[in-house]
Each structure stands twice: as structure tokens, then as C-alpha cells.
Design a protein around this ligand. Structure first.
Ligand code: ADP
Length: 475
């Protein structure tokens, strides 16, 4: 159960996982299916839809249906919760044009959660699942519904993709969610005199997953626990961290249609064509010798974008370059645009969301920056590894679990794949950028690191096996 599935609807890494994990499970012989909301883009891509359920007024949104559909672009049978009132609107799935949460989000995702629980209990007699796997707060109330459904119910797992987003609402929404009164309790989904969807999921799920081992530890502490650290450390025996896989069908430089000259670990020289194209596309000086830092991200405080703005002088001093693709917080958009105006040819920014261009940045950069304050798993550093673009990351969450710092020992043993810094400060980031630039001068060593990076395997086969272990344990 998920709110986003690549390539039909995506605001972040959740969409990538929601597409790849069920597909990998099916490859392993499991009948995995998706449930997602019927956003306009989803309905437009739906074919062969069969009606499984109809309701005249579901969660106050008017007529609704659950369709068993096949969706162009998604290789997994998909149930779609269709409701014009709840999901028939364009724009961002969670926030309105002003950036505020849609005022009926509790109903929209209350309905999604209810639909998942109801399918779990056998609404479609041709598919009665053993496991309901809810992703993030949007689906988090399904385990709560199922907890109260008696013993003949599927087992439940919730995966936290980012605990900073919890789906909190004032308590007056509770009677609209279709849950028994007992659920509104501190031992339940009550949180700060309101309703937390995420807390409901964490409290009532049989197991809890998150997207890296380090993040599974971090969320048990105050800094990253967002008030749920007590509950999470109480349930730590049920908590498992599994790093997301990468879809190498989409992210592979030897097959990537967006890469001007495709390359693999045996032909890394050809990567230079991507660098030159990237420099041209971004209006940077075409300069083979300048270390080119790339960044593809939502522009938010969590992603450490303010640190990047502050590190611009270092990038310029080092005669390096920055190609940044992102959109988000207007403050950072302004700061980055100003840096571009101040340093033409050295700092370049493309504001917006552009899937094709994100591939070119991955392929053309020498280094991919991921200076996140908070990064449950992170995908861009794993793409970077496969593209031989050495990741420069902060030691947090999945970044800590996937990048091996180029310290002397790791360099000597040939394990180093990137550059890692500890503290979320501009000094630490700038110092590490300068250090990466010094490393760049030793091209033979750089090439060794690239080879090690490109040989890393974060494919879904591995992650899917870990999920299967969890599912089988639950069953
Ligand atoms: P999060 O889910 O927190 O945004 P992840 O690293 O897990 O971070 O996933 C981000 C995904 O979104 C990656 O696939 C990345 O390439 C993509 N992405 C982020 N910003 C952009 C953008 N401006 N244009 C294209 N793709 C983007």
C-alpha cells in the first residue's frame, strides 16, 4: 500500500521503492500487488480495470470504487482507489498550490488505509493476502484497522521512509477515520492531543521496517525520533532496517538512453562525454580538469541545501564546478540562483523536476553531493556509485550504510567509494569538498575508487530477499 509509484506518480524515493519492491517479489514467485490512490495520472494510465468494490460516499468524498487494474508503466497488478472527491485533483498529491497540506488529507489517506485493510480481509476473493505492507503515514492506518479485525487477518508490516512526515491531525478528525474508539489512546494513535497516522501504524503493526540499519538506530533517539523514539525503542525487537534497492533497469550507465556515450566499468573514459554534455547543458565552462560536483535533490533543510549554498566559495576557490538540479524551498532557490549569477560558468542551477536531466547529472558529475541532515536511505548516492560519480555524503542514515569513506585504510584496502563527513556544518562540507578536490589530482587513485564504486551491487534482488525473510517470519 503506497501513495506513489514510479513512473506514474512520484515526489520522492518512496515511488521508486513502491515500483521495484513488488516487482522483485513477483520475480521471486510471490503474488505481490499494489494498492494506490487514483490520482488523475494513475487513472489516465489505467487499462483493463475491473470493479472490485463500489461505494456511494466513501470517507465523505462522494462515489468511490476500488479497481483491479493494470497500469501502463507499472509491471505489477494494481488496485486503484478511485474517488473523484478525494483524489481527482491535479498538482502535488499532498499539498495545495500554497504548499499547505490538503485540508481533507485525513479523509484521503484514511480512505486509502481503510481500503488496504479491507482488501487485506478478502474484499477481492481472488486475492486474499497473507501480508499487508503499508508504506509511510499515508497507508499507516491499515495496520490499525487490521489490529481490531480479530485473529483471522493478514499480518502487517509498516515501512517508515521518513519519520519527519507523520500525518498529524487535530483530534476532531478521529471520528471520521472509521476506527474503534479504543484506538484514540496514548497506547494507540493519539499524539500531542491529536491523531498521528504514523504513530498508529507503528503502534499496531506486527512489524516495523525502515530503509537502512543506521536510520533504524537513529529513530530510536531524540534527534531523529520526532517524539516517537520512545515507542520505537520499546518496539526495537520488531524493528528492522533494510536498505532500498536500486532499479538497475533504469539506473545503469551502459544502458541509459540519457547518457550521450554509454559506459561501464571497463570503459570509464567514455564518461567524459557525459561531463562535457552536462557542462554544456548547464552553461558551465567545458573544462575536463575541473572537478564537477553534481546534486539532484528536493531543496529542503533536511537535505542540507543551506550548507551547499555556504560551500559555494570553496567550490569556486578550488576551481571546481557545481551542476545542481532541484526544486523546493524558495529561499534556497534564491540563494542558489544568486550563486549562479555571481559565478557564471562555475555554478549552475536548474530549478525544477526533470527525470531525464537527473540521469545526465549522475553520469556527467565527478562527485555527487548528498549533504543531508536526515537521510533514511537515500537513492542518489547509490545511483552515483553505479555511474562512477563518487558520492560525497554526510554520515547519517542510509548514506552511512552505503558509502565507504576514502580514509587511508579504505584506500589501501581498495574499499573506498566516496567521501564522508560527520557534522552538518558548512565548515565540514567545505572541508570535505576541498579534500575531494585534492583526491581528484591523483587520477589513478580516483579511477580505482570509481571501479570499486561501480562494482557495488545495491540491486533489488538483495533487498527483496530481506523483505521475504520478514514476510515469511510474519506468516
Ligand atoms: P527523497 O525521497 O527524500 O526525496 P531519495 O534520495 O530517496 O530522497 O529519492 C529522491 C529521488 O527523486 C531520486 O530518484 C532522485 O533522482 C529524484 N529527484 C529528486 N529531485 C529531483 C529533480 N529535481 N529532478 C529529477 N529527479 C529528482
Amino acid at each position: 500500500m503506497t501513495s506513489e509509484v514510479y513512473p506514474v506518480i512520484k515526489t520522492g524515493g518512496l515511488a521508486d521503492v513502491s515500483a521495484a519492491l513488488p516487482a522483485a517479489l513477483r520475480t521471486n514467485g510471490y503474488d505481490a500487488r499494489i494498492l494506490m490512490p487514483g490520482y488523475p495520472a494513475v487513472l489516465a494510465a489505467a487499462k483493463e480495470a475491473e470493479v472490485v468494490y463500489e461505494d456511494a460516499n466513501l470517507f465523505e468524498g462522494g462515489p468511490a470504487r476500488i479497481l483491479a487494474a493494470s497500469i501502463t508503466g507499472i509491471d505489477v497488478p494494481t488496485y486503484v482507489l478511485e474517488s473523484k472527491g478525494l483524489f481527482g485533483r491535479n498538482g502535488n498529491p499532498y499539498v495545495d498550490a500554497q504548499g499547505l497540506g490538503w485540508s481533507d488529507n485525513h479523509l484521503r489517506f484514511g480512505a486509502l488505509s481503510w481500503a488496504g485493510a479491507t482488501l487485506g480481509l478478502g474484499l477481492d476473493p481472488t486475492f486474499v493476502p497473507d501480508i499487508v505492507h503499508a508504506h509511510d503515514w499515508q497507508a499507516a492506518l491499515a495496520p490499525a484497522h487490521l489490529f481490531f479485525a480479530g485473529s483471522a487477518r493478514p499480518r502487517t508490516l509498516i515501512t517508515i521512509h521518513n519519520l519527519a512526515y507523520q500525518g498529524w491531525f487535530p483530534k476532531h478528525v478521529f471520528p471520521h477515520l472509521g476506527l474503534p474508539a479504543a484506538a484514540f489512546h496514548v497506547d494507540g494513535l493519539e499524539f500531542h492531543d491529536g491523531v498521528s497516522f504514523m504513530k498508529g501504524g507503528l503502534y499496531y503493526s506486527d512489524r516495523i521496517g525502515t530503509v537502512s540499519k543506521t536510520y533504524a538506530q537513529e529513530i530510536q533517539g531524540r534527534e531523529q525520533g520526532y517524539g516517537l523514539e520512545g515507542l520505537l525503542s520499546h518496539r526495537k525487537r520488531d524493528l528492522v532496517g533494510i536498505v532500498n534497492g536500486v532499479d538497475y533497469g533504469v539506473w545503469e550507465p551502459s544502458r541509459d538512453p540519457h547518457v550521450p556515450a554509454r559506459y561501464d566499468v571497463r570503459s570509464i573514459d567514455k564518461k567524459l562525454a557525459s561531463k562535457r554534455t552536462l557542462q554544456q547543458r548547464f552553461g558551465l565552462e567545458v573544462d575536463d580538469d575541473a572537478p564537477l560536483f553534481g546534486l539532484v535533490s528536493r531543496l529542503t533543510w533536511h537535505k542540507g541545501i543551506d550548507l551547499v549554498v555556504q560551500a559555494v566559495p570553496t567550490i569556486v576557490e578550488q576551481r571546481a564546478q557545481l551542476a545542481l538540479l532541484g526544486s523546493g524551498d524558495p529561499t534556497y532557490e534564491y540563494g542558489l540562483s544568486k550563486a549562479q549569477a555571481d559565478h557564471p560558468g562555475r555554478i549552475a542551477v536548474q530549478l525544477g523536476y526533470d527525470e531525464a536531466l537527473s540521469h545526465l547529472v549522475q553520469a556527467g558529475a565527478d562527485v555527487i553531493l548528498v549533504p543531508s541532515r536526515l537521510e533514511p536511505c537515500g537513492l542518489t548516492q547509490m545511483y552515483a556509485l553505479r555511474y562512477g560519480s563518487l558520492p560525497l555524503v554526510r554520515r547519517t542514515g542510509g548514506l552511512a550504510d552505503t558509502v565507504v569513506n576514502a580514509d587511508p585504510e579504505a584506500l589501501l584496502s581498495g574499499r573506498a567509494t566516496g567521501f564522508v563527513f560527520e557534522h552538518a556544518t558548512a565548515e565540514a562540507l567545505s572541508g570535505t569538498i576541498a579534500w575531494a578536490c585534492r583526491n581528484w589530482q591523483d587520477r589513478a587513485q580516483w579511477r580505482r575508487m570509481q571501479r570499486t564504486a561501480m562494482a557495488q551491487d545495491f540491486g533489488w534482488a538483495h533487498a527483496a530477499k530481506k523483505y521475504i525473510e520478514v514476510y515469511e517470519g510474519l506468516r
